[in-house]
Design a protein around this ligand. Structure first.
Ligand code: AMP
Ligand code: ZN
Length: 510
């Protein structure tokens, strides 16, 4: 047997590399968290789902993972927004951070071990800034507002190593903003005087606020130490944020800051990054009003985390906003739940030992977990992992059908039942690293049913009455009336399922 190896793409080396933990058996990872200026959008959801899956997968692979995702609660945009809302900035950001936490929980993201806030780590930030000044990597600059502190980019020779840029190429893009008195246009702020806006903390340079980049250097150092395994975020963070983090941390302490740098691709709308500033965003809440949480997760995991992923938004004639890609994922999720249900039903009274039955399906059941993990070993190949789940679902349906068919052959039926039970376990094992099929089936079906009734303004009592009325019409052989009711319901997206005894209904997604 070969040792399982986790391989991940490293932005720093531009190669897919094996993960070699600094401490055997442990993985430390720091992911840049949201700036809590507004509610979470589906783009945040994508990046954090990637790292949630990474954490789950590494845990299943046997690593003890320490996951840190910070909360940026000090920022100029937060100040502006809080003013509009008429709230003190930290109260405003606390309120928004709570909404983010609720939305991430709704999306099934497990809570990181640490969620540090900038406002609670000002002493750590001051410490690293002072260290950088002492070491000649930062300097104080007088400005009309007071004293700022800047990082001297040219003092850090490897600057540009993450984004693979030459320092001289950066010059053309660099600017000195009005009111800034930095020595070099490449330099970036570690500390800025608050001036008249007055929001800030006392420091050796007067009342001010930290620059954006320094918070992550200070908080990762505090919680994970000078050197940790994985640092991640969306790809917009490669430059300048992560480049600057490397400069600060490696100038202040012993390099390297992190071994592996992982960056997720953007969730896009019409080929543009979904973002607050472009105004093209859909909140996680908006999506979860009409789609199940697992559907959004499945949608994200359907494509590789490093590539772009388009998020389609469609307006229906009746004014409803729908998300076709997520709807499609919801159909797949329903298929998986239905297959697991079928296996669960077929597994009732299964004998403990698996006999020889359905060899093809048995192989799929036996290998599902390993194949999912093997796919995730290869730079988190979630789409291959989902394909394995779908194969397992197909096999589970076939096994359940065989259990029905083998009614007359008890020994064969028992063998198939035992295989059905093994399939139920295989679902649990194969889904664990992906965080899918998390709910009990009844909860999932009840949730999606209620959601669809609600988003389509359908009253379930009236719906039940209509179904009953149609059943009566059929009993009275009034087929014209029965068909008319069926058509009426189909127009509402209601599918009727007739059995010899009764009629049930379900609502299609879409
Ligand atoms: P922000 O709130 O903009 O600071 O972003 C927080 C995290 O979400 C960062 O890791 C970003 O890279 C990521 N992010 C923001 N927008 C998107 C998007 N459209 N697609 C994927 N990740 C995003
Ligand atoms: Zn950061």
């Amino acid at each position: 047997m070969t040792t399982p190896t986790t391989r991940l793409y490293n932005t720093l080396t531009r190669r897919i590399e094996p993960l070699v933990p600094i401490q055997p058996g442990k993985v430390s990872m720091y992911v840049c968290g949201p700036t809590v200026q507004d509610v979470a959008h589906a783009g945040h959801g994508r990046t954090y789902t990637t790292f949630d899956v990474l954490r789950r997968y590494l845990t299943v692979r046997g690593f003890a993972v320490t996951y840190v995702r910070n909360i940026t609660d000090v920022d100029d945009k937060i100040l502006a927004k809080s003013r509009e809302a008429g709230e003190p900035p930290l109260e405003y950001s606390r309120r928004i951070a709570k909404i983010h936490a609720e939305d991430y929980a709704a999306l099934g993201l497990a809570i990181p071990e640490h969620e540090p806030r900038v406002s609670e780590h000002i002493p750590d930030i001051l410490e690293i800034i002072e260290r950088l000044i002492e070491r000649g990597h930062a300097y104080v600059a007088e400005t009309p507002k007071g004293q700022d502190v800047y990082f001297a980019v040219r003092s850090f020779a490897p600057y540009g190593k993450l984004s693979h840029r030459e320092i001289n190429d950066l010059l053309s893009g660099a600017r000195i903003e009005v009111g800034e008195t930095k020595r070099d246009s490449l330099d970036f702020a570690l500390w800025k005087a608050s001036g008249k806006d007055g929001w800030g903390w006392p420091s050796p340079w007067g009342v001010g606020r930290p620059g954006w980049h320094v918070e992550c250097s200070a908080m990762s150092m505090k919680l994970l130490g000078e050197h940790f395994d994985i640092h991640g975020g969306g790809m917009d963070l490669i430059f300048p944020h992560h480049e600057n983090e490397i400069a600060q941390s490696e100038a202040a302490h012993t390099p390297p800051l992190a071994n592996l740098w992982m960056h997720g691709g953007f969730l896009q709308v019409d080929s543009e990054k979904m973002s607050k500033s472009l105004g093209n965003f859909v909140t996680i809440r908006d999506v979860l009003v009409r789609n199940d949480r697992e559907s959004l997760r499945y949608f994200y995991l359907g494509s590789h985390y490093r590539g772009p992923l388009n998020f389609d938004v469609e307006k229906r004639d009746d004014g409803r906003i729908v998300f076709p890609g997520v709807d499609e994922a919801e159909r797949r999720i329903e298929y998986l739940y239905a297959a697991r249900d079928a296996a669960t039903l077929a597994a009732a009274d299964a004998p403990a030992a698996i006999g020889k039955a359905l060899p093809q399906q048995a192989a799929i059941v036996r290998e599902a977990k390993t194949r999912v993990l093997d796919a995730l070993d290869q730079d988190l190949n979630t789409s291959v992992a989902l394909a394995v789940l779908n194969e397992l679902a197909k096999a589970a349906n076939e096994i359940a059908m065989a259990v029905q068919k083998l009614r007359k052959d008890k020994a064969q039926q028992d063998a198939a039942r035992a295989l059905a039970a093994a399939a139920v376990h295989a679902f649990a094992d194969a889904c664990a690293p992906l965080g899918l099929l998390h709910s009990a089936s009844e909860d999932f079906w009840a949730r999606t049913k209620a959601q669809r009734l609600r988003t389509r303004n359908i009253d379930s009592v009236i719906l039940d009455q209509k179904v009953l009325e149609r059943t009566r019409a059929r009993q009275e052989k009034n087929f014209a009336r029965a068909d008319a009711i069926r058509d009426e319901l189909v127009a509402l997206g209601v599918e009727l399922l007739d059995t010899p005894e009764t009629t049930t209904w379900r609502l299609n997604v879409g």
